[in-house]
Design a protein around this ligand. Sequence first.
Ligand SMILES: [Ca+2]
Length: 524
Amino acid sequence: MLFAEQASQPEKPNIVFIFSDDHALRAIGAYGSGLNETPNIDRLANEGMVFEQSFCTNSISCPSRATILTGKHSHKNGVLGNGAKWNSQQYVFSRDMKKAGYSTALIGKWHLKGTPDDAFDHWNLLSGAGGQGHYYNPEFTDKYGKVTQIEGYSTDIITDKSIAWMENHKNDGKPFMIMTQFKAPHIHRVPPPRHINDYDDVNVAEPSNMFDDYQNRSSYAQKSWMEFKGMREPILNIVPEEGKYDLKDRRYQFLARMSPEQRKAYHEGYDKKNNEYRKRKAAGAYDDPIVMEKFKYQRYIKDYLGCVAAIDDNVGRILDWLEAEGLADNTIVIYSSDQGFYTGEHGWNDKRWMYEESLKMPFIIRWPGVAQAGVHSQAMIQNIDYAPTFLDAADVSIPEEIQGRSLVNVLKGQTPDDWRDAIYYHYYDDGSYNLPRFEGVRNDRYKLIHYYYPHEEWELFDLIEDPQEMKSVYNNGKYSDIQAMMHKRLEVIRDEYDVPTLNIESRHKPKARTQKKVNRKKRK
Ligand SMILES: [Ca+2]
């Protein structure tokens, strides 16, 4: 009987993909840095798997999102940088999930230039601020183009909407797949009032390489615009007292969005510490640029961690809801973020580079009965692997064109013998933050980075000898065999992923200038 046959099929798992923006591994308890506590994300980690060697393909928002949706590197999905148009008609894994009987939704930050179109049954996207969305009283755009402003804090609202959607679909006889995507902890970081003062009495330890002199790296490292000195007061929530500024002033737009009650709560959190700062500044306490930088780091990291705390609250809400509904056992829950982030390492507060802090992505997955609980995996994974993993979990065949691999066997503790031994990276958004264009390859110990535009330079790091990447050993005779091996590996991995020759037009590249032809062979 058809009915009996259906009943004997294993029930397909629901998938809840919780995704944030710019969340450094160092700011997640389960990754062990001790910087902060994230009890709810850690609960997921304890009951699931933590991937410590998890990498992005291109460390910036839109490219990472496009890679996750397509299972492909940037050169295949067309989203090379944040300005790139999203081709919504290309392969997106969620369409296959729909075909396989899933109800699908994407709620929160989307950021791609274009809409999800028919790739999800339901979508509700954070809009405004160029697709970045706002922390307070954010606007959302639905598939009919209708924009609705919701009062409240974005991380809480995105969770409200996600739970409401799951509530509507828990009994529709179909498994569900939802992507819950937060804006936090992306700049301009404004924690909710409940977390503004969490770290007021704490002096957060600085990374030991915060005052990096950028020697022994490419000449590009010291030229980028990612240092704390570049952060102006309002972006660090240093604003005049309530009522002592013009809400029409562009610098205070983020405050003008708030309701009078929200603004009052904001000022209750910040005014006292801002007044203290102003008093000390007037007395010359920050005249020394090093002291100023240290102060900015403290404010930056505390606001960052306040935004992270709100994410953690909401991860807890989702886990509690799944448990209360009896759905936890048959639901895959993932926590990830579009890339890692510098929380002071090398003196920086952004992403983009191929150094570890921004190359890595958090990836924590709980799948009862499949993923090994409490295991910290060292398998090298990349965001090209998410789509095939979801398809595999849904028992859908993985199309040939997808470049990633399913993690299902890795989750079971049965990592295939031919699992990847290296990852490929390519950053195309030269000019932004005064960075060059570059690509590279990383295996379990070494990393070769090829800066190729505007001019060519190479870096080679030994991650065991130099985990903080403070000294490139490129052209160091001791590493000549390793260097040759990594050059070869780069060549092979470019072939594996079908990477075109290095002449892709950049949005920042002046039309008249042509890319200097790079002779790769000559360099070895
Ligand atoms: Ca991001």
